[in-house]
Design a binder for this molecule. Structure first.
Ligand code: UD1
Ligand code: MG
Length: 455
C-alpha cells in the first residue's frame, strides 16, 4: 500500500482540546506566537504540502477559533468535536469533511507550531515506502509523551506514558503526535480504536498497533525536539515565543539585515526587512510591518502594521501605528507617533509630534511638537499638507484642514482653516511687550514674601 508521495494531501488540524493548563479565557490555538495565532503557524507549515483540503477539528472555544480561521485560513473546513474524547475521536470527526477525498491525510496539532516544512516533506517521502508514518523525536525528558516502540525501522506500537510499564518509560523515542497515512485507511483503522486504556480515551496512537496487526507497515520519521515543542502552559508559550524569536532573527540576519543586538529585537511572524536595512537595539515589530532596503530603525521604536521605504530613518523612540506609510529617505524622529498617514519622500518629522489621518507631501519639514488634531470625539478628520511646506514648531493642525505646497505655519499656530499654497499662516495671539513690567512685578512679589516671613 505504498504510494506516490505527490498524491493529494488533506490536512487534519487538531484544535479541540481544552488547554486547561493555559489558565485562559482565550482558546489555546489563538494564543499568539510572533504576533500570529498559534494555529496559524501549524497551518503555514502544512500549506507547504499544498493540501487540497484543510480540516480543522474545533471544540473548546469553537466559535472563537472558527471566527479566527475565517481570516487565517478561509479555505479550511471546520468540524466540531462536541466532547473531547481523545485524539483518535478528534481525527474521526474529520471523516465527513473528507468524504470522496482520495489521497493522504496528514494530522497536525494546533499547539505544535514549529514543525518544519522539511520534516513534513520527509514524512511524505517515507510514505512512498510505508503505509503509515509517525513523527518522532528523542526527548531529553520524555515525561508524559507517548513512547515509540520500534522493531528495526518498523513502528509496532505507541505506548502512552499513563499506560507504560517502568521499562517502557525508559524509552526516549517519543511521539510528536503528527502522522501521515492514506485518508481512507486512517478512518478505517480509527473504527477499531476503543477506550480500553488508563485515560479512558480514544487514542490516535493506537493506530500503530492496529496497523501492525493488519500487516500494514508503519514507521517513524525523526526530527529535533525543538520542532515538536508543544504549548500547554504560559511557561511553554513563553518558551515557544523565545524559540520563534531566535528563529526569526536568524532568518532576518540571513537576509542581509544588520542588527546590532538581535537578542533585544522582537519580530512578528510576518515581519519583512529588506537587505542592508539596519535595526538598532530594542525595536519591537508588531504584525504587518515591512521595511525596505537601506532603511534604519533606530533604538526603542515600536512599529505595527506600517511600511518604511528605502533609506528612511525611524526613531530612536518612534511609534509607527497601523497605516503609517513612510516615504523614501523620510525621517521620523524621537517621540513621534504616526498613524494612518502618508509621509512623503524626504520629509522630516523629527521631534515630539503626532501625525494621524494625514498626508504630508514630499520635502516638507514638520516642526517639533506639531499635532494633527484629527479627532473631534466622534469622527476622525483628515489633514493634508503639501510639498516643501514648513510647519512651525507647536502647530496644531485642526482637521479637516489643508496646508498648500510651499506654505508655512508660524510656531504655536492653531490652524483651523486651509492655508493656500505659498502662504504664511499665523494663528496665534499677537505679542505685546510691556516696558519694565517684569522687574516691577518681581519686586512686588518679593516684598509680599518678606512681609509674610516677618510674620
Ligand atoms: C498526545 C499523544 C502522545 C504524544 C503527545 C505529543 C495521544 C493519545 N497521545 O498526547 O503520544 O506524545 O500528544 O504532544 O494521541 N485534541 C482534540 N480533541 C481531543 C483531545 C485532544 O482536539 O479530544 C487535540 C488537542 O487540542 C491537542 C492535540 O489534540 O492539539 C493533542 O492532545 P493532548 O491532549 O495534548 O494529547 P497528549 O496527552 O499531549
Ligand atoms: Mg499535549
Amino acid at each position: 500500500m505504498a504510494h506516490d508521495p505527490h498524491r493529494p494531501v488533506a490536512l487534519i488540524v487538531l484544535a479541540a482540546g481544552a488547554g486547561t493548563r493555559m489558565n485562559s479565557d482565550l482558546p489555546k490555538p489563538l494564543h499568539p506566537i510572533g504576533g500570529a495565532p498559534m494555529i496559524a503557524h501549524a497551518l503555514a507549515t502544512g500549506r507547504a504540502l499544498e493540501p487540497s483540503r484543510i480540516v480543522v477539528v474545533t471544540g473548546h472555544g469553537a466559535e472563537e477559533v472558527e471566527a479566527a480561521l475565517e481570516e487565517i485560513a478561509p479555505e479550511a473546513v471546520c468540524v466540531r468535536q462536541e466532547e473531547q474524547l481523545g485524539t483518535g475521536h478528534a481525527v474521526l470527526q474529520a471523516a465527513p469533511a473528507l468524504e470522496g477525498f482520495q489521497g493522504d491525510a496528514v494530522v497536525l496539532y494546533a499547539d505544535t507550531p514549529f514543525v518544519s516544512e522539511d520534516t513534513l516533506r520527509r514524512m511524505q517521502a517515507a510514505r512512498a515506502v510505508h503505509d503509515m508514518v509517525v513523527l518522532g523525536f528523542r526527548a531529553a525528558d520524555p515525561g508524559r509523551y507517548g513512547r515509540l516502540m520500534m522493531e528495526g525501522e518498523r513502528l509496532v506500537r505507541i505506548v502512552e506514558a499513563k499506560d507504560a510499564t517502568p521499562e517502557q518509560l525508559g524509552i526516549d523515542l517519543c511521539n510528536s503526535g503528527l502522522l501521515a497515512t492514506d485518508a481512507r485507511l486512517l478512518m478505517d483503522l480509527l473504527g477499531q480504536v476503543d477506550t480500553d486504556n488508563a485515560a479512558g480515551e480514544y487514542y490516535l496512537t493506537d493506530l500503530a498497533e492496529i496497523a501492525a496487526s493488519r500487516d500494514l507497515s508503519a514507521t517513524a520519521v525523526l526530527c529535533s525536539e525543538a520542532e515538536t515543542l508543544g504549548v500547554n502552559s504560559r511557561a511553554e508559550l513563553a518558551a515557544a515565543e523565545a524559540q520563534f524569536q531566535a528563529m526569526k532573527r536568524a532568518e532576518v540576519l540571513e537576509n542581509g539585515v544588520t542588527m546590532t543586538a538581535p537578542e533585544t529585537v522582537i519580530l512578528s511572524a510576518d515581519t519583512w526587512v529588506g537587505r542592508d536595512a539596519v535595526i538598532e537595539p530594542y525595536v519591537v515589530f508588531g504584525p504587518g510591518v515591512t521595511v525596505e532596503s537601506g532603511a534604519t530603525i533606530r533604538a526603542f521604536s515600536h512599529l505595527e502594521d506600517a511600511h518604511v521605504s528605502a533609506g528612511a530613518i525611524v526613531g530612536p523612540y518612534a511609534r509607527l501605528r497601523p497605516g503609517a506609510e513612510i516615504g523614501n529617505n523620510a525621517h521620523i524622529g524621537n517621540f513621534v507617533e504616526v498613524k494612518a498617514s502618508l509621509i512623503g519622500e524626504g520629509t522630516k518629522v523629527n521631534h515630539l509630534t503626532y501625525i494621524g489621518n494625514a498626508e504630508i507631501g514630499d520635502g516638507t519639514n514638520v516642526g517639533a511638537g506639531t499635532i494633527t488634531c484629527n479627532y473631534d470625539g466622534v469622527f476622525k478628520h483628515r489633514t493634508v499638507v503639501g510639498k516643501n511646506a514648513f510647519i512651525g514648531s507647536d502647530t496644531m493642525l485642526v482637521a479637516p484642514v489643508t496646508v498648500g505646497d510651499n506654505a508655512m505655519t508660524g510656531s504655536g499656530s492653531v490652524i483651523t482653516s486651509d492655508v493656500p499654497e505659498g502662504a504664511l499662516a499665523l494663528g496665534r495671539a499677537k505679542q505685546v511687550n510691556k516696558a519694565g513690567l517684569a522687574v516691577r512685578l518681581m519686586d512686588r512679589l518679593r516684598a509680599i514674601k518678606a512681609e509674610k516671613a516677618k510674620g
